[in-house]
Design a protein around this ligand. Structure first.
Ligand SMILES: N[C@@H](CCC(=O)N[C@@H](CS)C(=O)NCC(=O)O)C(=O)O
Length: 264
């Protein structure tokens, strides 16, 4: 972009303009925003506890990258970042919760895929974290690459891209991997740390969260450097409400802009 014409506050100005025009005229506000204004709260679908994305501390305070999107939306639409109800959802529960209207958006370390965008009735908004699927193994296993896992058990959560990628990685490399599949996050974590599977697979960011949060001695576990997929993570909204989609999109851009200004 020609620097002379670059306005560093462009996203902020456009966001304010979009929100201003959407909110100033109720007939264009869209049904999601109207419902949010009527209840005085945004209902945000988050994880049950992935550090860095969405996790509650012992006082019930939620923090993380996805939580910041929810807070930004509450600030933009209701003038108060605290006006958010967080609904913890497992990998399996998350899409039904968004489809049914239980949540206004899903901000939950979710990969934006063609299927989720095109056939589940959602709009992928904006990628706000570029990730890839990795593997964690006990350091003492001396495994250095997922290709050394031939015939081994791998813990994975159901309803994830991780489960599907694992199957195709195993097949295309003739590895005969044995997935041990869990619906609950806690159960998957407990199984891995109890040694029920040799490896754990999910987004590399998720593995870092699990290791830091759940391992007795994080150094005893290694996240292998090889990634087997691309996982562009970002929030999703339901189709059919263009105004809400626009608001969510521009609030996410606003968080990028804020970071460039050093607002953390
Ligand atoms: N990005 C992948 C994986 C996302 C995912 O659900 N990861 C698990 C493992 S880190 C998770 O977030 N579990 C937390 C939970 O179920 O609350 C996807 O969208 O399918």
């Amino acid at each position: 972009m020609n620097e002379k014409h670059f306005n560093p506050n462009l996203a902020g100005i456009v966001a304010a303009a979009v929100l201003g025009s959407v909110m100033a005229s109720p007939c264009y506000a869209g049904k999601t925003l109207e419902a949010i204004k009527a209840r005085g709260q945004i209902v945000c679908g988050v994880s049950t506890g992935v550090n860095g994305f969405s996790a509650a501390d012992s006082t019930g305070k939620w923090t993380g990258l996805d939580v910041d999107v929810c807070r930004g939306l509450a600030a933009a639409t209701l003038g108060d970042p605290e006006k958010v109800k967080y609904v913890p959802l497992t990998s399996q529960q998350r899409f039904t919760a968004l489809q049914s209207g239980e949540v206004d958006l899903l901000a939950r370390n979710t990969t934006l895929t063609q299927t989720r965008d095109a056939s589940l009735g959602f709009f992928a908004t904006v990628t706000n974290y570029y990730d890839g699927q990795g593997f964690m193994v006990p350091a003492k296993s001396k495994i250095k690459s997922p290709k050394q896992l031939k015939g081994q058990t791998v813990c994975v959560q159901s309803g994830t891209t991780s489960e599907k990628n694992l199957a195709s990685f195993s097949k295309s490399n003739g590895l005969n991997l044995k997935p041990i599949v869990f619906e609950q996050f806690e159960a998957a974590n407990a199984a891995y740390f109890a040694g029920r599977c040799l490896a754990y697979t999910t987004d590399a960011s998720g593995l870092a969260s699990i290791r830091s949060k759940e391992a007795k001695h994080p150094k005893d576990h290694v996240i292998l450097p090889d990634l087997i997929s691309k996982e562009p993570l970002g929030p999703l909204v339901r189709r059919g409400d263009d105004e809400w989609f626009t608001i969510v999109k521009w609030v996410i851009y606003g968080t990028f802009e804020a970071e460039e200004y050093g607002v953390t």
